[in-house]
Write a protein that binds this ligand. Structure first.
Ligand SMILES: C[S@@+](CC[C@H](N)C(=O)[O-])C[C@H]1O[C@@H](n2cnc3c(N)ncnc32)[C@H](O)[C@@H]1O
Length: 371
């Protein structure tokens, strides 16, 4: 990928390396970091290095009546004015200049506009305009024209205000193992930013399921892995702390006609203490946890990794699938897990070309009991 802002814009830290050099550097880093573990010759799933981001956010920089998109600079705290970003998906890329032109001419939409977030799917685009002032009826009228002009969904955000004109979600379609799944992706909720690599990651996870009974999924988000994985298991129990992600997951389950998943709005620590029978929860009153015969646990924690108690709890399983967005906390957690588990596969999924971020997947099987 070529970008005229390479070396100045803070978004691409690996600007001085070609994509193949970045891959080599990331492979070397992983080999070195996990040299104490037996990860073998791991697979590295590449991404298109251009137009790969289907989620993006920019500051809006005001210069008199002019506005421009802004990113933080590679060095210092200043904002760099940009007119394009080749990393964002093509729908966002082509919308950006046209949208700017309209916003610039429209005092109501432009006034104290602080930032813009884009969320693009195969079925539509959500654009959130973030303000440092109150917005109301007049804003709604002008923003509605924007929706109609570009065929997008617009949301306005200001302190304690969320103005939704038509809807605050978009439907995504993912193609996994020759099937299409529909997902409801809500504004502000977590979603994987690189669709192409995400599909490869879900397929990799699905391909590693053998001798399946029931699945326990921790940190399930809006059901990114849960929906395709439900095909492999008799029943799935999946937990997530975000209320809106759980609502999306339930919606997507119904749309896809899936009926063997129970989604819980609980923290992982709460669910593990319920499974250990340490605590009772009203939210679980209609669910008999003893009905589950878990053969696998799938965990996809945030950057902090898994909390100590929950990590200890998953040692009770036969098969662990661990998706990690932070190699450092993964290494910490693997030190505990590999006392009782063998690593049977390790893969890297390049979700973020031109940045240092690394997403990994690990398949762990319980070590055979010594006789
Ligand atoms: C890396 S995301 C993965 C989400 C999902 N697996 C996906 O692929 O889209 C981590 C998720 O964990 C959720 N989360 C964070 N802390 C949590 C906790 N203590 N208990 C349960 N879920 C949590 C976040 O809301 C987020 O949806």
């Amino acid at each position: 990928m070529e970008c005229k802002y390479f070396g100045v814009c803070g978004s691409c830290k690996l600007h001085n390396l070609s994509y193949s050099e970045q891959i080599a550097q990331k492979k070397e880093y992983i080999k070195e970091l996990f040299s104490d573990f037996d990860i073998g010759d791991f697979e590295f799933f590449t991404s298109s290095d251009k137009h790969y981001r289907n989620r993006a956010e920019f500051r809006i920089w005001h210069n008199g009546d002019d506005i421009s998109y802004g990113m933080h600079k590679l060095e210092g705290k200043e904002v760099l004015e940009i007119d394009e970003c080749p990393k964002v998906d093509e729908d966002i890329y082509f919308l950006m200049p046209k949208l700017k032109k309209v916003l610039q001419k429209n005092e109501e939409l432009r006034n104290r506009l602080y930032g813009i977030e884009f969320l693009s799917t195969r079925n539509g685009m959500l654009v959130t305009l973030i303000y440092h002032r109150r917005i109301g009826e007049r804003w709604r009228g002008e923003a509605k024209k924007l929706e109609d002009k570009f065929g997008i969904f617009v949301i306005g955000r200001a302190k304690k205000i969320k103005e939704v004109l038509t809807q605050d979600f978009v439907l995504e379609s993912l193609h996994v193992e020759k099937k299409d799944y529909i997902y409801k992706i809500i504004e502000g909720g977590f979603s994987q930013p690189n669709r192409q690599t995400n599909e490869k990651m879900i397929e990799w996870v699905c391909s590693h399921v053998k001798d399946a009974k029931d699945l326990l999924e921790l940190y399930c988000g809006h059901g990114n892995f849960t929906l395709p994985m439900s095909d492999k298991f008799t029943k799935v129990l999946a937990t997530e702390i975000s209320k809106s992600s759980i609502k999306s997951a339930l919606f997507s389950c119904a749309v896809n006609g899936i009926s063997n998943i129970e989604f819980l709005r609980m923290s992982v620590a709460e669910l593990t203490s319920a499974l250990k029978k340490e605590r009772k929860f009203n939210r679980l009153k209609d669910i008999n946890l003893d009905d589950y015969n878990f053969s696998h646990v799938l965990t996809d924690p945030p950057r902090a990794g898994i909390d100590e108690k929950s990590l200890e709890f998953i040692l009770n399983f036969e098969n662990i699938i661990y998706i990690s967005c932070n190699p450092q906390t993964l290494k910490r957690d693997l030190k505990v897990l590999t006392k009782e588990f063998d690593i049977v596969d390790f893969a890297v999924f390049d979700q973020f070309p031109h940045t240092n971020h690394i997403e990994s997947g690990i398949i762990l099987h319980k070590k055979p009991k010594e006789l």
